[in-house]
Design a protein around this ligand. Structure first.
Ligand code: HEC
Length: 114
C-alpha cells in the first residue's frame, strides 16, 4: 500500500508540472487588453462581436492550427496593410503603437488564444 501511495503522489506532482508548464507561456491577457485599449483597437474590434473589423474570436478560429499565424498578424499590425471594411471600402489598417515588440507579440498570442 505504501508504495502505491508514493507512486500516486509522484503522479500528482508530475501532473501539476504538466498543468503549470503551458500556463507559464500563455499570453498575459491584462497586458494584451491594456495595449489594445491604448491603441483604440476596440473602436473597430471586440472579442465576441464583429464591428468594423472582425471579432477576435473569429480571427482566432480562422488561424487555428496555422503555424504562420503569429508572424502573419505581426505583419498585419506593424505594416499598415490594406484592410477591407464591412461596407467594402479599403483603408490601411492601423499600425500598432507599442513600446516593445514583445508586447505586440503578447497581444497577438492573446488574440490567437481566444
Ligand atoms: C479603423 C478600424 C480598425 C482599427 C482601429 C483596428 N482595426 Fe483591426 N481590422 C479592421 C478591419 C476592417 C479588419 C479586416 C481586414 C481584412 O480582412 O481585410 C481588421 C483586421 C484585424 C485582424 C485580423 C487580420 C487577419 O489577418 O485576419 C486583427 C488581428 C486585428 N485587426 C487587430 C487589430 C488590433 C490589435 C488593433 C489595434 C492596434 C486594430 N486591429 C485596430 C479594422 C480596424
Amino acid at each position: 500500500m505504501r508504495s502505491h501511495a508514493s507512486v500516486s503522489i509522484a503522479a500528482a506532482v508530475a501532473a501539476c508540472f504538466v498543468i503549470l508548464a503551458p500556463a507559464a507561456q500563455a499570453a498575459d491577457a491584462d497586458a494584451a487588453q491594456a495595449l489594445a485599449r491604448q491603441n483604440n483597437c476596440f473602436r473597430c474590434h471586440s472579442v465576441e462581436k464583429a464591428k468594423d473589423g472582425p471579432a477576435w474570436k473569429d480571427v482566432a478560429a480562422k488561424y487555428k492550427g496555422k503555424p504562420e499565424a503569429p508572424a502573419r498578424l505581426f505583419t498585419h499590425l506593424t505594416t499598415g496593410e490594406k484592410a477591407k471594411f464591412a461596407d467594402g471600402h479599403e483603408e490601411e489598417h492601423k499600425i500598432i503603437k507599442s513600446p516593445d515588440p514583445a508586447k505586440t507579440k503578447n497581444l497577438i498570442d492573446w488574440i490567437l488564444s481566444l
